[in-house]
Design a protein around this ligand. Structure first.
Ligand code: FES
Ligand code: FES
Length: 215
């Protein structure tokens, strides 16, 4: 079971007990990578790297859908975990949790990113947009509307990620042809095979945005 970052009793109890074996093992993978990268950067800059205890919490300020959220996170926590389980922004889905399906796609500084492969600490300082952030008040944004209009889903599990990938594509390409849409959406899998309708929806969303319905 994963600890609640804002539960101080849980944090204090864990610190008293020391790091569990499981916590040590699960933290090591990310910790080693982050430590290596930090060491390289610091070595280049001629600085002594700061080393966080394996079970330490870091306070990060995440800009999500135009609002800043200050949260306590473990260095190993993914952005997808923090969005869903800490901030309860459950529009972002987790499918594979290892960078294969695209269900967790969000925008970071306008670019589609897999939230399951992004550490929450890494996302600080960027503008994050989730599927909730594409709403226009109570109304759907153009990409969301186009997916409904073109019936571009069956079970709907991949749809949040598809919509965010489409939004990212349309922010750089206003009038994509079919090949460009396929290429732009190629990081997002749909087990229901709704691809033909997804392509239609992305082109319809492009039309709507050109007509002034941009989010
Ligand atoms: S859940 Fe992130 S890519 Fe599959
Ligand atoms: S609509 Fe079911 S996985 Fe895409």
């Amino acid at each position: 079971m994963t600890r609640d970052p804002n539960d101080r009793d849980d944090q204090t109890a864990t610190n008293r007990r020391g790091l569990s074996r499981r916590g040590f093992l699960t933290t090591m993978g990310t910790g080693v990578l982050a430590g290596t990268a930090a060491s390289q950067l610091s070595a280049e800059a001629g600085e002594v790297p700061e080393v966080l205890a394996a079970d330490a919490f870091a306070k990060v300020a995440l800009s999500i859908n135009g609002r800043t959220h200050e949260v306590l996170v473990e260095p190993r926590w993914s952005l997808a975990y923090v969005l869903r389980d800490v901030l309860e922004l459950t529009g972002t889905k987790v499918g594979c949790d290892r960078g294969e399906c695209g269900a967790c796609t969000v925008l970071m500084d306008g670019v589609p990113r897999y939230a399951c492969l992004t550490l929450a600490v890494e996302a600080e300082g960027t503008a994050i947009v989730t599927v909730e952030g594409l709403m226009d008040g109570e109304d759907l944004g153009p990409v969301q509307q186009a997916f409904v209009e073109k019936d571009a889903y069956q079970c709907g599990y991949c749809t949040s990620g598809q919509i965010m990938a489409a939004e990212g594509l349309l922010r750089t390409t206003g009038d994509p042809d079919v090949e460009r849409v396929r290429h732009g959406m190629s990081g997002n899998l749909c087990r229901c095979g709704a691809y033909p309708h997804i392509v239609q929806a992305v082109q319809r969303a492009a039309e709507m945005k050109r007509a002034g319905g941009a989010s």
